[in-house]
Design a protein around this ligand. Structure first.
Ligand code: BGC
Length: 746
């Protein structure tokens, strides 16, 4: 008893934070914390607070409640800055780093972060697009390339991956995530952390990742940016938490909070999220940065009266670093003096920041970032090849009635606002991307088919008519054998602050399509978008629809690869394309309800869970995507009809390429827990495999699912698996019909 008491006293005395942070440390982390502890002993309180404050590097002031502009050089020199949101200019970054290292009292280096979201200089497809490739290795490679280009730009930290699950295409930031599914989202989150961080954070090829936006930012009410998020803890744990958790488990060095409130508490002041869940449950040992001014925004949220209270709430919630609101810098010392925040806590928050800096090797050589030969590091041909491959693999063929591929020698009319738009194809968050390096559809198709075979007209702007534009487009279309129309949404319509209430193609482009239709030519719609859209009209009118997304620097060559058939389309949707905005948010992994629809394909007023004006089914389900060949699935075998909890469920299936072209497919495995303590989704993705099959080739795939993947959140909010019966399906999308059963046993 005495012993127990003693250890309780020790824990209390040490402060809960310290105990949690020291749990299960790797040798490298332990060394970093030892270093940080040594340094902390030399630091004044003000210097410690400085480590918790991030400034912008591209302006000279820190935004703050006092509106007091500060000279960035002086602030760094005074030890008031721990980090900068930096740009990709190595000289500028070195200049500021030099002030920190050579002119501040203790010479503590800055950690320099930037939004490297889907590439640094080379822009890869937007993240939602990349997720549709289901190519985990290639996605990891894209992050590795982005890290290498970032290092050459003088950066050592990216605010990525965004792990926010979202099923709401009204929300502009669906473009930055991996879609609606937590299982796939987790695999991609892990791949990106590995890509950025490699297995050595101190290498001069890697940067620190930042898991964001913690948490549940992807579920804003009505899809409106920054809006309230309110859901049960059960829903949070089942659908939203897993990708963040997976990324943390993969060793992500940092985490960013989200702007939203969650269950009534803004994330940046939410101790349950930032301490109980993130540190105690998930064992996170890095540091947390707020989102941009989100600490001060808690005043507008109405949970604190002013910046001082905001800083108090965030510090006590264990939020380490203030992204530019300035409240930490201005108020922390007062809060410590008044006893509202303990100096022990400040030590711990600072220690976690210093340890990440140490692990990055910043104390050894802060200038290794940005000292590379930029010419050699940027836009390397082998990296552009990865961007081209990923852009092609991301594209999703939704419809094809004898229109694609297009044979050589065909006269092609290429029309639409995005067919030759170097900027739009890059999408949002194009850090140091360079639109001048974008190869457009027009350029690439001219190269592939010969300039004489590509007749180009813009037709209209994204949301505005061009005088005579439609007439010119129709004229050109009449001279061609086939019409490709690049339509949809411009690059700036995805990303932050780009919520839309209308997710259909702007009217002016629909009018262009109608006019082109009068030519009687085959029409292929190339859909430019960073979100799922209501494309009923386009699907009805076009002979083929290919979602090209905002495909990045190499979108043009990738589209030429697909249109020509040099590459077989293989992308599969990771975000449901709704029938119309009225179904939103819509996701395949919904619950059954007590009155499930009898025919989800038909509207009904029969007291079942339906609409009376539209069907329940979406236009295109999660996982959907066509190819120029056909894949046949057969012989589903449950190899383990009964599995003990803790074991592995094994299911095999035969896949055959029954067509005449080689191709890639994504085999997907879904399960349903038939009777559980809480209501379970009608289907949940629990396995997938991207595979290449030659024409006529067949292969038997075996999926192995650890029973831990079948865990779910119970009524007491604990996540665990329990005994019971399951259904399993394998096929090409979330409507897969090959079916089997298995049971979990105690
Ligand atoms: C965004 C973050 C981003 C940060 C820094 C915020 O507005 O929500 O995703 O990392 O700005 O640029």
């Amino acid at each position: 008893m005495k012993k127990l008491l003693l250890s309780i006293i020790t824990i209390v005395a040490a402060g809960a934070s310290v105990v949690a942070a020291d749990r299960r440390l790797s040798a490298e982390e332990a060394e970093a914390f030892r270093f940080a502890d040594g340094l902390l002993r030399k630091m004044t309180l003000q210097e410690k607070i400085g480590q918790l404050q991030q400034f912008r590097a591209y302006t000279s002031d820190v935004t703050g409640p006092d509106g007091e502009p500060r000279n960035i050089d002086a602030a760094i020199r005074n030890g008031e800055v721990g980090s900068l949101i930096a740009g990709c200019q190595p000289q500028h970054n070195h200049r500021l780093q030099r002030i920190a290292v050579e002119e501040s009292r203790l010479g503590i280096p800055l950690i320099l972060g930037c939004d490297i979201i889907h590439g640094c200089r080379i822009t890869f497809p937007e993240n939602l697009a990349m997720s549709c490739s289901w190519d985990i290795q290639a996605i990891e490679q894209s992050a590795r390339i982005a890290a290498e280009e970032s290092v050459a730009s003088g950066l050592n930290w990216t605010f990525s991956p965004m792990c926010d699950i979202s099923a709401d295409p009204r929300w502009g930031r669906v473009s930055e995530g991996a879609g609606e599914d937590p299982y796939l989202g987790s695999k991609i989150a892990v791949a990106m952390v590995r890509g950025y961080q490699g297995d050595d954070l101190s290498s001069d090829k890697t940067i620190a990742a930042c898991v964001k936006h913690f948490a549940a930012y992807g579920a804003p009410q009505a899809g409106r940016e920054y809006h309230t998020v309110d859901m049960s803890e059960m829903m949070f744990r089942d659908r939203y938490l897993p990708p963040y958790a997976a990324a943390v488990k993969a060793g992500a060095a940092t985490v960013m909070t989200s702007f939203n409130d969650l269950m009534g508490v803004p994330a940046s002041g939410n101790r349950w999220l930032l301490y109980d869940v993130l540190r105690e449950e998930l064992g996170f040992r890095g540091f947390v940065v707020s989102d941009y001014t989100s600490i001060h925004e808690m005043v507008a949220h109405g949970v604190v009266a002013d910046g001082k209270e905001a800083a108090e709430l965030s510090l006590n919630a264990h939020l380490n670093m203030d992204m530019v609101s300035g409240d930490y810098l201005v108020y922390t010392e007062k809060l410590v003096r008044e006893g509202k925040v303990s100096e022990k806590l400040i030590n711990q928050l600072c220690r976690e920041v210093l340890a990440v800096k140490y692990r990055l090797g910043l104390f050894d050589d802060p200038f290794k970032y940005g000292s590379q030969n930029q010419e050699e590091a940027y836009f390397r041909p082998e990296n552009l090849a990865v961007a081209r491959k990923l852009a092609a693999e991301s594209m999703v063929l939704l419809k094809n009635e004898d229109a694609l591929p297009v044979a050589e020698g065909t006269k092609i009319a290429l029309i639409g606002p995005f067919a030759d738009s170097q900027g739009d194809q890059l999408g949002s968050w194009i850090a140091a991307g360079d639109a001048k390096r974008s190869i457009t559809f027009r350029k690439a198709l001219e190269e592939r088919y010969g300039a004489e075979n590509i007749l180009y007209a813009k037709g209209c702007e994204a949301e505005r008519a061009i005088e005579g534009g439609v007439d010119e487009a129709v004229k050109i279309a009449s001279q061609a054998d086939i019409v490709l129309v690049s339509m949809g949404l411009p690059g700036w319509h995805s990303g932050e602050a780009s919520a839309r209430s209308d997710i259909s193609v702007p009217a002016v482009q629909q009018e262009l399509l109608d006019a082109l239709k009068t030519t009687g030519r085959k029409i292929v719609v190339l859909l430019s978008t960073g979100r799922a859209m209501d494309i009923r009209n386009e699907v009805a009118k076009a002979d083929a629809v290919l979602v090209t997304w905002h495909g990045g620097t190499m979108a043009g060559p990738a589209v030429a690869d697909i249109i020509s058939g040099d590459k077989n389309p293989s992308g599969h949707l990771t975000l449901t394309f709704p029938h119309s905005v009225g179904q939103v948010p819509i996701h395949y992994n919904a619950k059954n309800t007590g009155r499930p629809s009898r025919n989800p394909y038909k509207p009904a007023a029969n007291y079942t869970s339906t609409y009376i004006d539209i069907p329940n089914v979406p236009l295109f389900p999660f996982g959907y995507g066509l190819s120029y060949t056909q894949f046949e699935y057969s012989d589903l075998k449950v190899l383990t009809p009964e599995v003990k909890i803790g074991g592995t469920v094994k299911v095999s299936v035969k896949v055959k390429n029954a067509g005449e072209r080689d191709g890639d497919d994504v085999a997907q495995l879904y399960v349903r827990d038939l009777v559980a303590e809480t209501t379970r989704p009608v289907r949940e993705l629990k396995g997938f495999e991207r595979l290449s099959l030659k024409a006529g080739e067949e292969r038997v795939l075996t999926f192995e699912i650890p029973t831990s993947e079948l865990a779910y959140c119970h009524r007491d909010n604990t996540v665990r698996e329990d005994a019971g019966e399951f259904k399993v399906w394998v096929g090409e999308d979330s409507n897969a019909s090959l079916e089997g059963e298995f049971a979990l046993k105690k």
